[in-house]
Design a protein around this ligand. Structure first.
Ligand SMILES: [Zn+2]
Ligand SMILES: [Zn+2]
Length: 359
């Protein structure tokens, strides 16, 4: 399923059966996600996207064929028939200034992402297809024993992204955490905040169906943006629950620039604030450096993408805690390839928590 250009209908196309390059592999796709990023891609809100593209960056599949013997990072051989996912980012060079000096792999200028910065002209480099070509060097990750495709896809890219944001946030045992946004990133952040030791997690978001999921995942309280439309009332709601101080940690996972100012009002003095939801440029906000930053003595962090370690560790945590947190239940609906356009529309309306494509 090809996204030929922004705002154009998706197009079903036929491709030649791929063969793996040496060091690469071909997967038979089992499922691929539909996420907010795909909606942004369809609106042309991301720069540097080489349309036409095959969307679908986080996916699961069965290994059909490998180009020689491949191993996972634990040293285990990858076998045909195995159910795997893969780190959707490739090309991180390990030898540039960002990789070596700053140790900021997600800012490596050579970094590329399946289904986002890969053109359909280069091959089957996205998950909304019956086959996925894994280029040499792409890290294959076998699904841990006991984890189903639905578990993994219910987490989707929100799993390692939420994990990364929580790792950045440096949550301490007993902290009170506010998550702004109840999409997959926010919900996964709510999960990992608890696993990281937060005593109380609150989620501010919409619509109600997503907030119900947040409550089911252990949030102590949720605030519906639709019912409380004024930012100052939402800030007061957080302060009412924190003896007037504000939360120890706030994670922004909403995508709305205005949420950043609001979050800076929700965090306590000397607290920490992580911005992970502004994946596209949705506009500017004006803040007061004295009140919001300096006097507040706040730590403000951005969080871009995720590294292999976040995928690896978040999967291990999912395998351990899938009984407590029902990731699979976040999947509201599955679509065939020909339903991808509908899936995008449903995702845009927030009619689904998590949507997946089963080619
Ligand atoms: Zn690099
Ligand atoms: Zn995604």
């Amino acid at each position: 399923m090809v996204m030929t250009a922004p705002r154009r209908p998706l197009e079903l196309r036929a491709f030649d059966e791929p063969r793996p390059a040496v060091g690469g592999a071909v997967l038979e796709t089992v499922a691929s996600e539909v996420c907010g990023t795909d909606v942004h891609l369809h609106h042309g809100r991301l720069g540097g996207v080489p349309y036409p593209i095959i969307p679908g960056h986080v996916s699961c599949g069965r290994v059909l064929e490998t180009g020689g013997t491949l191993h996972d990072v634990e040293g285990q051989a990858i076998a045909p028939g195995q159910l795997v996912t893969f780190y959707d980012v490739f090309g991180i060079c390990g030898s540039c200034w960002h990789c070596l000096v700053a140790k900021a792999g997600t800012r490596c200028p050579h970094r590329r992402v399946y289904g986002i910065t890969t053109s359909a002209d280069e091959g089957l480099l996205g998950g909304w297809a019956e086959r996925i070509e894994l280029k040499p060097g792409v890290r294959i990750v076998p699904l841990p024993p006991g984890l189903s495709v639905e578990d993994f896809m219910g987490g989707g890219c929100g799993l390692p992204t939420g994990f990364h944001a929580v790792a950045r946030a440096g949550i301490e045992l007993g902290d009170t955490v506010v998550i702004q946004g109840s999409g997959p990133v926010g919900l996964n952040a709510a999960i990992f905040a608890q696993l990281r030791g937060a005593a109380r997690v609150f989620v501010v978001g919409a619509p109600q169906a997503r907030l119900e999921v947040a409550l089911g995942l252990g949030a102590e309280g949720v605030l519906d943006l639709g019912l409380v439309p004024r930012a100052e009332d939402r800030v007061a709601w957080v302060r009412d629950r924190t003896s007037g101080r504000g939360a120890d940690v706030v994670v922004e996972a909403s995508g709305n620039p205005a949420a950043v100012l609001e979050g800076l009002e929700m965090v306590r003095d000397a607290g920490r604030y992580v911005v992970v939801g502004q994946y596209t440029d949705a506009g500017d906000v004006t803040l007061n450096p004295h009140r919001h930053l300096n006097r507040r003595h706040v730590t403000l962090l951005g969080c871009w993408g995720y590294e292999y370690t976040h995928l690896h560790r978040s999967l291990a945590m999912m395998a351990k805690h899938r009984g407590r947190f029902r990731w699979a239940e976040m999947i509201t609906r599955s679509y065939g390839l020909d339903g991808a356009g509908q899936a995008l529309a449903d995702m845009e309306k927030l009619a689904v928590v998590k949507a997946i494509i089963r080619p």
